[in-house]
Design a protein around this ligand. Structure first.
Ligand SMILES: Cc1ncc(COP(=O)(O)O)c(C=O)c1O
Length: 456
């Protein structure tokens, strides 16, 4: 594949090209995370501050990735940096409980409605795994119901449903018996009710409440309200995956934003201030499955067990506390939401002017871009493109995604993944104005090169 922009991309990044050549011989798959893969190699970041980051070739980016959406306050915010430095000086890993862990739990308890009790883990994936173990334990049922396109980490018990086609496993190597515990349906309430009526083995519904893949396939608050009602009627545990929405949609996450309280929720990313960490939270009567009673039979056979060398380690705890104290004010979310709205609106105006077969959407501090590959579906207007189909919204061809991402990177803008991004408290109006200029040039290039189509 060779295009003028791809040549430009490569010419801007000699050090990255050389490093990728070496990395491919050492690192399995060539990259550290599947999402960082692209046919022309990843970008290698050297340092970051606020809303910007710089790669090893000296290219500067306005960053809408924000550490996979873990950095609500931007890169290296002074209060978090200081908290980590202070913790570092006291010894950075004890393998013991420590006083700040209780303070961290107190903050989460006070902010998140479902968090009657908290258990710390090291990532969103660990939270997802543990939440499902807990749900199975307290219902004595084995299955989880998921909606098409929703992502809740990479472990086997969510090994089907996240990727198109939704009925196929997301990976090789997942046991058939495990896949049999995963029920995947479209996000349709009638189908949900029919499934809950028929299948008595469903322990829990676990979803991203804002919609599949951080809102790529959006869900409404009304949908979540109805889901809450049905989960109660059919006596299944409702688990919100708040790994992205937590402390972003509001200081209490999607739960406070929507007024819908799940039975359990999982958190990662922002909860630990950009260091590795996460939590499972939930109703006290569910979370009591972790409790010891001192009665040997119960303590050996009647509990959900959970270990983890780095659970609530001092550095993640310090970063989490410093971040949540600021997140609790609501100020960072307000700022990030306003700038994301400015970005969405500006991008929409550009697409409208160009009559590109694309539209921009998203809630809170998130933007997503839906794009049709050239020549487009023949939709008569941009309004006619709008869809709620998960397979369409999550099925933008790789060629289009790569062309969008790389054209933005050439001009100094980096997305989170796929065709979307997040803003933070560190982004400025100047960043957004600059981004819109870059977006306009990018869209013109993609139209000229017949990567994306026009409407009408
Ligand atoms: C909604 C959602 N759940 C779970 C995860 C998994 O979290 P982690 O990458 O920390 O394991 C992610 C990661 O992006 C996510 O977006």
């Amino acid at each position: 594949m060779s295009t003028p922009w791809l040549d430009r991309y490569g010419a801007q990044r000699p050090a990255a090209r050389a490093l990728y050549a070496e990395a491919k011989g050492l690192i399995a798959g060539g990259v550290g995370h599947d999402m960082r893969y692209s046919p022309v190699g990843p970008i290698y970041i050297d340092h970051a501050a606020g809303s910007h980051k710089w790669d090893i070739d000296g290219n500067e980016y306005i960053d809408y990735g924000m550490g996979n959406a873990a950095l609500l306050l931007g890169h290296a915010p002074p209060a978090v940096l200081k908290a980590i430095q202070d913790a570092l000086g006291k010894g950075f890993h004890f393998g013991n409980d420590h006083a700040p862990m209780v303070e961290w739990a107190r903050l989460i308890h006070d902010l998140v409605p479902a968090a009657e009790k908290i258990r710390f883990v090291n990532s969103g994936t660990e939270g997802s795994m543990l939440a499902l173990r807990l749900a199975r334990a307290c219902t004595a049922r084995n299955k989880v119901l998921r909606f098409e396109g929703h992502f809740s980490g990479w472990h086997d018990y969510v090994g089907r449903g996240a990727m198109v086609p939704f009925d196929k496993p997301v990976s090789l190597g997942i046991p058939a018996a495990t896949l049999d515990t995963i029920v995947v349906i479209p996000a349709d309430l009638a189908q949900l009710e029919a499934t809950l009526q028929q299948d008595q083995e469903i322990a829990a519904i676990m979803l991203e409440p804002s919609g599949a893949s951080w809102g790529t396939v959006p869900l409404t608050i009304e949908f979540n309200r109805e889901l809450r009602r049905l989960a109660t009627i059919y006596n299944v545990i409702l688990i919100f995956d708040e790994v992205i929405t937590g402390f972003r949609y509001s200081s209490g996450g999607y739960q406070v934003y929507s007024g819908v309280t799940p039975d359990m929720a999982i958190f990662g990313k922002i909860i630990a201030g950009g260091l590795p960490g996460g939590a499972v939270v939930g109703r006290a009567d569910i979370m009591q499955f972790f409790d010891y009673t001192g009665e040997p039979q119960h303590d050996r056979y009647g509990r959900v067990t959970h270990q983890g060398t780095f659970n609530a380690n001092p550095l993640s705890t310090a970063a989490g506390i410093a971040t949540l104290r600021i997140a609790a004010t609501g100020a960072p979310q307000q700022h990030a939401d306003r700038l994301a709205q400015m970005c969405r609106q500006g991008m929409e105006e550009i697409l409208e002017r160009e009559q590109a077969a694309a539209y921009v959407y998203g809630d809170a501090s998130i933007f997503h871009i839906y794009i049709e590959e050239y020549p487009g579906s023949g939709a008569p207007s941009r309004a006619a493109l709008r869809t709620d189909k998960a397979a369409k919204l999550k099925g933008i061809p790789g060629r289009v995604v790569t062309a969008l991402q790389k054209n933005l990177q050439i001009r100094g803008v980096d997305l989170l993944s796929y065709t979307g991004g997040v803003t933070s408290a560190a982004h400025t109006e100047e960043d957004i104005i600059k981004t819109l200029g870059v977006f306009q040039e990018t869209i013109r290039t993609l139209l000229d090169e017949k990567v994306i189509g026009r409407v009408g």
